[in-house]
Design a protein around this ligand. Structure first.
Ligand SMILES: *Cc1c(COP(=O)(O)O)cnc(C)c1O
Length: 370
């Protein structure tokens, strides 16, 4: 029986044709400030989905975050408030700007705790970077309210949440800038890729400059930037994938709903409550096991279910951040989550029969271990 991966890109003939189209033009990239045809096509589609004034495509989610912090002028001496229960990129881009990440705890929904954010504010705080973890929107109203009072910029790490909504608004459109990833396993993929959305004209102009070594007409660098351009081949794939986003999310929700129905009565398994005012895109379908998480994980993996743990180590406790002196902080909910969460596959490439296998094997693994 085949192994059911936690996430997998779903590519078809449309993507093949798009790649063929790019190859036949011979224009693999475009180093102008505006970018190439497919980059602009992709940006247009993200902009229309979000209702955002500007979208700037870049070549990874990490580049999206770094470009945004640079365009906001984050630098040495500044502090940026980030969760520790996230992918390391969220904090690394703060270090890349020479600034200091200030790690704060999460709530039961695995997203940033606004009370912790409020307590972490100092006169050096320049930005806050909430993550919509697993594809579930953070408490943006509360976070924004605190930030606005103190003149702190808000940047969303929406790498996992493309298509999710909060009070009717898309994630990535709930702050000064929203950052997306099109990494191979993300909800929409181009292998590697990213995008930033903003309604701020000046910020958009700086984002385009940073993406392109600060060049306007070529070789005339005006500000510090990098080569963060998205290649046309990737943009063409991403553009086709955008047309499929709705279908992808519907399938993820259906698979997640099916799983919840099948395993809701299991003891020792906690489901995350989804609030009425927001939608989950289930980039990851994540449960909390009261005990023996790793035994359940091992049983699932050996029966062909690609269950996985995101994340096993809080960012501030990784060797790099520990060496930099961040490791001593105690973040109770973060550390609890790293020891108890497990995610089950719900990606749109999974058949109904395979979803049944995921549910059955999970029930079995819990019966034996919990
Ligand atoms: C994937 C991801 C990123 C980074 O995106 P890349 O495209 O891999 O650089 C950043 N933050 C979160 C929460 C992510 O899941």
């Amino acid at each position: 029986m085949s192994f059911i991966a936690i996430n997998k890109p779903l590519l078809g003939e449309e993507e093949k044709k798009a790649v063929d189209d790019v190859l036949s033009t011979g224009k693999l990239t475009d180093a102008s400030l505006e970018g190439g045809k497919y980059v602009r096509e992709f940006e247009g589609k993200v902009g229309r989905l979000l209702g955002a004034k500007h979208v700037v495509a870049v070549n990874s989610g990490t580049a999206a975050l770094h470009t945004t912090l640079m365009a906001l002028g984050i630098r040495r001496g500044d502090e940026v408030v980030v969760p520790s229960f996230t992918f390391v990129a969220t904090a690394n881009v703060v270090l890349a700007c020479g600034a200091k990440p200030v790690f704060v705890d999460i709530k039961k929904d695995y997203n940033m705790d606004q009370a912790a954010f409020r307590k972490a504010l100092s006169k050096r705080t320049k930005a806050v970077l909430p993550v919509h973890l697993y594809g579930y929107p953070a408490d943006m109203d509360e976070i924004r309210e605190v930030a606005e009072k103190r003149g702190v910029a808000v940047v969303e790490d929406a790498a996992e949440s493309l298509g999710a909504t909060y009070k009717g608004t898309q994630t990535g459109k709930l702050s000064d800038a929203g950052c997306f990833s099109m990494y191979a396993t993300k909800v929409v993929t181009s292998g590697e890729g990213g995008a930033v959305s903003t309604d701020d004209d000046e910020l958009a102009e700086r984002l385009r400059l940073v993406r392109n070594h600060g060049m306007v007409h070529g070789y005339d660098s005006r500000v510090l930037g990098f080569n963060y351009r998205l290649p046309e081949l990737n943009a063409a794939i991403a553009s086709v994938q955008m047309d499929k986003l709705d279908g992808f999310i519907k399938k993820r929700k259906r698979n997640a709903g099916y799983l919840t129905e099948k395993i809701r009565s299991l003891k020792g398994v906690e489901f995350t409550q989804t609030a009425e005012d927001r939608t989950h895109v289930y980039y990851l379908y994540t449960l909390r096991l009261s005990r023996k998480r790793d035994a359940v994980l091992k049983a699932l993996n050996s029966s062909g279910i690609g269950a996985a743990v995101y994340f096993r180590m809080p960012v501030h406790k990784t060797p790099l951040y520990d060496r930099l002196g961040f490791g001593k902080k105690t973040l109770r909910n973060t550390e609890d989550a790293t020891g108890h969460v497990v995610s089950l596959p719900v990606h749109p490439g999974i058949t109904d029969a395979e979803m049944e296998r995921v549910a059955d094997e999970f029930v079995k693994a819990c019966a034996v271990n919990l």
